[in-house]
Ligand binder design. Structure first.
Ligand code: DGL
Length: 263
């Protein structure tokens, strides 16, 4: 089946990267809305417009399912897209439930973009999990622009994260939830700053399990051994990516994700 992965930018590659490992026999489209990234600091209405535009394009590519590999777009627009289209649409959810299942009664720092942090969807999730006293929320919107510039462990990134994290006593926390798909690129820098017991949790596995369920796909356990690469076509805001320069850029991000995978 042809499955589309959509993000404001290159963050969604972290979900695609995981999908390449467990669904190597599917065909993928990756759509980064590079003309409009970042989404996280825009208004909900603007993000909804961008997402509607991207969906029009993706549905016309005859895909069997769309993964909104972006927490911000999920928060602002997934409900509207599900009302409009009947194909399976899978969104992202910050992995708070997983954090609390794994480490009950320890606090979790939920990091995401401004829109996700202030959005109703996250507040509803926290209420549903009864997690008010365990979940602290922090917008790290600037990481999105660092990631788009391929700046992952510079002094500026490190200083920014040190400053943002200085507000917390991490001995009370079990984990940091990466509630923005752009944040996976910074796991080594975060590892360097935070105490060793802090775990990093993202929503990639949960999202892909949901895709597998809704689209009737089958996980391939063999993929890790055979190293088979699925067919992927890349688009930037509806324009097919064909230049060697841009394809090399995308490959570098995927290589970075390989390095971050086990952290
Ligand atoms: N990657 C997106 C997310 O997961 C958002 C990045 C942006 O601000 O555009 O939230």
């Amino acid at each position: 089946m042809k499955v589309a992965f959509f993000d404001s930018g290159i963050g969604g590659l972290s979900v695609l990267h995981h999908a390449m490992k467990i669904l190597p026999n599917e065909e993928f489209i990756f759509y980064a809305d590079e003309d409009n990234v970042p989404y996280g600091t825009k208004t909900q209405e603007q993000v909804l417009e961008y997402v509607a535009e991207a969906f029009k394009f993706l549905v016309a590519q005859d895909v069997g399912a769309i993964v909104v590999a972006c927490n911000t777009a999920t928060s602002a627009a997934v409900r509207a897209m599900r009302e409009k289209y009947s194909l399976p649409i899978v969104g992202m959810e910050p992995a708070i439930k997983r954090a609390l299942d794994l480490f009950p009664a320890r606090k979790v720092l939920v990091t995401a973009t401004e829109i996700t942090i202030t959005g109703e969807k996250l507040q509803a999730l926290i209420d549903r999990l009864n997690a008010r006293e365990f979940a602290e929320l922090r917008a790290l919107s600037e990481l999105v622009e660092f990631a788009e510039r391929m700046e992952f462990n510079s002094a500026a990134v490190e200083n920014y994260l040190r400053e943002e994290f200085s507000a917390y006593d991490f001995s009370e926390f079990s984990s940091v939830v990466l509630g923005c798909t752009h944040f996976n690129y910074f796991k080594d820098t975060m590892r360097k700053i935070l105490p060793a017991h802090i775990k990093f949790l993202d929503g990639n596995e949960g999202t892909l399990n949901q895709l597998i369920r809704l689209a009737g796909l089958v996980k391939s356990e063999k993929s890790l051994a055979t190293n088979h690469q699925p067919l992927i076509t890349y688009y930037y805001s509806g324009r097919k990516v064909t230049s060697t320069k841009e394809l090399t850029r995308l490959k570098k991000y995927l290589q970075r994700l390989d390095e971050m995978y086990l952290i």
